[in-house]
Design a protein around this ligand. Sequence first.
Ligand code: NAP
Length: 311
Amino acid sequence: MSARILDGAALAKQVKLELRDRIAAFTAAQGRPPGLGIVLAGDDPSSEIYVRNKLKSAGESGLRADLHRLPGSASLADVLAVVAALNASPDHDGILVQSPLPPGLGKTAEQVVFDAVDPAKDVDGFHPDNVGRLVQKRPRLVACTPVGVMELLDRSGVAVDGAHAVVIGRSDIVGKPVALLLMHRNATVTVCHSRTRGLAELCASADILVAAVGRAAFVTPEFVKPGATVIDVGINRVADAATVERLYPADSPRRGQFARNGSIVVGDVHPAVWEVAGAMTPVPGGVGPLTIAFLLSNTLKAAEARCSGSR
Ligand code: NAP
């Protein structure tokens, strides 16, 4: 492995440590901790894990976080009623509706629910008010994963100003906001997606390559300029032995993990890219932990803004 490791897990720990004093100061001043309400509808196994981790991290940092659980049979009106109650709650500064919502609610349900969250409590940064503010470069609450990516670049000393950044993926959650944040920091940004022609060549011109595709090991060495910084946002569970054997040599610890657990989490970037990139995030331990750290940060930010009356 030749690329420098961009250690998101270590940075997440540091960010949470930095938040702890501010959370304690808020709690002392307001007589209550910043509050986060998490809405979970249905029983998607990955969502269960994500929500458990968010609750645990929030508790460890001194936030109050509570879970509002709805059955998979819940109607859209049921979900909206919980969101309305959290909007009105004086003890909740942040609201997070765990995605995906049960498929029975229909394709547009998620946006309807995100639109219903009070923008001042929208710690996921998905409300159109917050998205619009980001586009206009006067952000308030910005999606957690893209904020984590930018913080990791900054604190790792990666130069963004004037760099060519290529983002693979144009989702509302990752691709678009990270592209906007990079552009606002004076990167020249190319956004790629499933209809992009000549993807590998475009990516190979990037100084900073952000992969948010959702396909295991999709980004192979020919996508990467030697020495480039590669940010792997992907979280893909691989449960097939042939794929694990293709990606990792026999002595790789990943093989052992797979043998023990029956599956492993793999990023969007092929492990062979470690030999080409100059710096790169691992999966796991890269962008994932930062997403949670910046959820806590956004909750505190929302709480401070609400209590200072600047909402
Ligand atoms: P998404 O909504 O499914 O978007 C995927 C994007 O990749 C789309 O824009 C899609 O293009 C593009 N794409 C798909 N196949 C492609 C191909 N063959 N060539 C080029 N582009 C292609 O996914 P997402 O929510 O952005 O998430 C992306 C990945 O990040 C997933 O693995 C997800 O689990 C992970 N994630 C991680 C975190 C974290 O905390 N680390 C947070 C969020 C997401 P089209 O628009 O044309 O369909």
